[in-house]
Design a binder for this molecule. Structure first.
Ligand SMILES: *Cc1c(COP(=O)(O)O)cnc(C)c1O
Length: 360
C-alpha cells in the first residue's frame, strides 16, 4: 500500500491503525449489517459510540465533572460567533489576544456582538512571537478572555496558559488539542475543529464549564445556543455521526498509546528533530522566536521563493506532501500533528539535508 507523509495543516493525517479499523468495520459495523454512516443517531449502537467517545475524551484530557463536552458542527469558525453570542452575558465586553490570522477572524466576528478589546498583539512583528499576558492587562469586568493556544498558520504557541483570574478563559485549540497535557480547569471554554488532531472535517468539539451555559438572548438561533446541545447530549438534531465514530477511534488509539503524556513526549521529540536541524542548516530558517515555537505547525523558509517552490515540488516526488506554506505567509510549513510518526519528520529532515547539499 502506498501512503505518503502528509504535512497538511488540515484536514491532515489520521493514524493508519484508525483508518484500517474504519475500513474493516465500514460495510458491516458490529454485526449490524450496516455501516456507521447508515445507523440512526438514536440507535443503541450509535448511542454507544457517542457515549464512549465522550468518556474517552474526558479520560484523555482529565475533564472535570462540571464541564460539558459537545459534539457539534460548523467548525471552529462558527465558534467565533457562538462564543460571543453565548458568553457576553453581563458587561457585554470581551478581551482578545491577537496572535495571528485565526485570532483576527475571531476578533472580527466577536465585534458584531459586543465590545471587544485587543489586550495584546504580535502583529507588529508579523505574528512571530506570543505576547506576554499578565492579570493586570485583563478587564475584571470582561465576560471572557479569548486566546488561540496554537497559531496554525504562523507556527507559534502559548508555552504557558495566562492567568485570567475570575474572568473565564476561552481557547481556540483547533490545532493543538490532544497534543499535550493541559489543565482543563484553567479554561471556561475550549473549542476545536476536528480536522487537525481529532478526526475528519465536519465535527467540532466544545468543552464548556456548565455555569457558562444558558445566557443567550431570545433572538439567538436554537442551534447556536450551547444549552440546546448540552441538554440533548449533542443529539438535538443529527450530529456528524461518522465524524464522531472516527473521533472515538482516534481517542482509542491515543489511549492505547498511553495517553497525552506519552503523546506529548513523542510530539516534543518530533518538533526537536526539525527545529534542531533548522538551527544548524545554512539554507533553512525558522521565522518564529524560540520561546514561542509551536510543536504542531513548523514554518520554515529558504533564501528565495524559487528555492521554496523547487523544495515543495521535489519533496512531493519523495512522498513528502503538502509542505507549501500558507498563502498569507509563503515559504514552507510542516504540520506534524499527533498522527505524523517520528519517521515522517526524520524523512523530512533527511530530504532537507539532501536538498541543501544539492542546491549549495
Ligand atoms: C483550522 C483552524 C480554524 C478554522 O477551523 P474550521 O473548522 O475550518 O472553521 C480556526 N482556528 C484555528 C487555530 C485553526 O487551526
Amino acid at each position: 500500500m502506498e501512503r505518503v507523509y502528509n504535512f497538511s495543516a488540515g484536514p491532515s493525517m489520521l493514524p493508519l491503525p484508525v483508518l484500517e479499523k474504519a475500513q474493516k468495520e465500514l460495510v458491516n459495523y458490529a454485526g449490524s449489517g450496516m455501516s456507521v454512516m447508515e445507523l440512526s443517531h438514536r440507535s443503541g449502537l450509535f448511542t454507544d459510540i457517542i457515549t464512549k467517545a465522550e468518556q474517552l475524551l474526558r479520560e484523555l484530557m482529565n475533564i472535570p465533572e462540571n464541564y460539558k463536552v459537545l459534539f457539534i458542527q460548523g467548525g471552529a469558525s462558527q465558534q467565533f460567533a457562538m462564543i460571543p453570542m453565548n458568553l457576553l452575558r453581563n458587561s457585554g465586553k470581551a478581551d482578545y489576544v491577537n496572535t495571528g490570522s485565526w485570532s483576527k477572524k475571531a476578533i472580527k466576528e466577536a465585534k458584531k456582538y459586543g465590545e471587544v478589546r485587543v489586550i495584546a498583539s504580535s502583529e507588529d512583528e508579523n505574528f512571530s512571537y506570543i505576547p506576554a499576558i499578565d492579570a493586570s492587562m485583563i478587564d475584571p469586568e470582561a465576560d471572557y478572555v479569548h486566546i488561540t493556544t496554537n497559531n496554525t498558520i504562523e507556527g507559534t504557541a502559548f508555552s504557558e496558559i495566562p492567568d485570567t483570574g475570575n474572568v473565564p478563559l476561552v481557547a481556540d485549540m483547533s490545532s493543538n488539542i490532544l497534543s499535550e497535557e493541559i489543565d482543563v480547569s484553567k479554561f471556561g471554554l475550549i473549542y476545536a475543529g476536528a480536522q487537525k488532531n481529532i478526526g475528519p472535517a465536519g465535527l467540532t468539539v466544545v468543552i464548556i464549564r456548565d455555569d457558562l451555559i444558558g445566557f443567550v438572548k431570545e433572538e439567538v438561533p436554537t442551534m447556536l445556543d450551547y444549552k440546546t446541545h448540552s441538554e440533548s447530549g449533542s443529539l438535538y438534531n443529527t450530529p456528524p455521526t461518522y465524524g464522531i465514530y472516527m473521533a472515538k477511534l482516534v481517542f482509542e488509539w491515543l489511549t492505547e498509546l498511553g495517553g497525552l503524556k506519552v503523546m506529548e513526549q513523542i510530539n516534543r521529540e518530533k518538533a526537536e528533530i526539525l527545529y534542531s536541524f533548522l538551527e544548524e542548516s545554512d539554507m533553512f530558517d525558522s521565522p518564529v522566536k524560540k520561546d514561542s515555537r509551536s510543536i504542531m505547525n513548523i514554518p520554515f523558509v529558504s533564501p528565495s521563493a524559487e528555492l521554496d517552490a523547487a523544495f515543495v515540488k521535489e519533496a512531493k516526488t519523495a512522498g513528502l506532501e503538502t509542505l507549501k506554506g500558507h498563502r498569507s505567509v509563503g515559504g514552507m510549513r510542516a504540520s506534524i500533528y499527533n498522527a505524523m510518526p517520528v519517521e515522517g519528520v526524520q524523512a523530512l529532515v533527511d530530504f532537507m539535508k539532501k536538498f541543501e547539499n544539492k542546491h549549495k
